[in-house]
Design a protein around this ligand. Structure first.
Ligand code: DOR
Ligand code: ZN
Length: 336
């Protein structure tokens, strides 16, 4: 029986720029109706002009109709209310990175002094601009996300009307925080639903599964699966598909990021089918995001998948996808 998904959304996506953008934008724009585009370019997307020009480059590279890039700015505590008012119509959210925590995040926030952040976060709250956060401290790598939960709580309490999206959550601790604060939401990636640290480093090191936050323990993956498979109303799919050229992954000093955009819907379909939760996939990949992000318009696109083998290419341009060379059980058979 074919499975259909209407208007799939990827609420956390890295498209990069230049040649890499030309490789990856067609892949997401083919099978998704829209995506939240991360601003961690070099230099980061941080002015109205940057946002407008980057959006134009994305649309030019997209190749497929009915795809909307939802643009974000790279958070800076110096953004004034006037600036935010002037840019509000061009951006869907603002992404906050702790300084130096991941790829191209050097200009991010250090210290999390609430008074330093207050003017910008209050203005965002008043203007209804959601705040997306990469929630990791610079502590021990396996504990970084759990340690950040107290910062999420501090922000959620101080700014009760600010929509805060905990990006790419990987732990049971973050899942539990969701229900404690009405203004906390989360994205969950495909790879964190599928792998644990064992898959990354339990045998021969797998550079193409190395990402930030690093994959965690089986009980963490279980907690993520539980809320994703039942499409908990505060979680939504965000792939965090993050392309790096093969030489940057298969090298001494592996770049963080898993490239999943072209295989995400196929693997999610299999996961939801296997767990007899296919009726919740639509909410996880579209409806929840539309309810959480009240400021998006979603173009129409219907994806049909069937249980037919699909062998994942070894690479897309210079980028090696998750499950490269392996055969998946579901294929996209129509896109309308
Ligand atoms: O693994 C990751 N890759 N995590 C991030 O937070 C950033 C991303 C990237 O931009 O490559
Ligand atoms: Zn990301």
């Amino acid at each position: 029986m074919p499975i259909t998904i209407n208007n799939p959304l990827d609420m956390h996506l890295h498209l990069r720029d230049a040649d890499m953008l030309k490789t990856v934008a067609p892949l997401s724009s083919e099978s998704f109706s829209g995506a939240i585009i991360m601003p961690n370019l070099v230099p980061p997307v941080s002015t109205k002009e940057d946002v407008i020009a980057y959006k134009k480059r994305i649309l030019n590279a997209s190749e497929h109709p009915n795809f909307t890039p939802y643009m974000t700015l790279f958070f800076k505590p110096t953004y004034s209310k006037e600036f935010l008012e002037s840019v509000k119509d061009e951006v869907t959210a603002i992404k906050l990175y702790p300084a130096g925590i991941t790829t191209n995040s050097e200009g991010g926030v250090s210290g999390f002094d609430v008074e330093e952040l207050r003017p910008t976060l209050e203005a965002m709250s008043e203007l209804n601009i959601p705040l997306c956060i990469h929630g990791e401290t610079n502590g021990f790598v396996m504990d970084r996300e759990a340690e950040f939960v107290s910062i999420y709580e501090m922000l959620a309490t101080n700014f009760p009307n600010l929509k805060i999206i905990m990006e790419h959550i990987t732990t049971k601790a973050s899942v539990e925080a969701l229900d404690r604060f009405k203004n906390l939401y989360a994205t969950i990636t495909l790879h964190h639903l599928m792998i644990t640290l064992d898959d990354v480093a339990g045998g021969m090191l797998q550079p193409h599964l190395f990402c930030k936050p690093i994959a965690k323990r089986p009980e963490d993956r279980e907690a993520l699966r539980k809320v994703a498979l039942k499409a908990h109303p505060k979680v939504m799919f965000g792939s965090d598909s993050a392309p790096h050229p093969q030489h940057a992954k298969e090298s001494c000093g592996c770049a963080a990021g898993v490239f999943t955009a072209p295989i995400a819907l196929q693997v999610l379909t299999e996961l939801f089918m296997e767990h007899s939760n296919i009726e919740n996939l639509q909410a996880f990949v579209s409806e929840n995001a539309k309810r959480i992000y009240t400021n998006i318009e979603v173009p129409n696109k219907t994806i049909t998948l069937e249980k037919k083998p699909f062998t994942v290419p070894n690479s897309y341009g210079e980028v090696v996808p998750m499950y490269a060379g392996e055969t998946l059980n579901y294929t996209i058979t129509a896109i309308q």
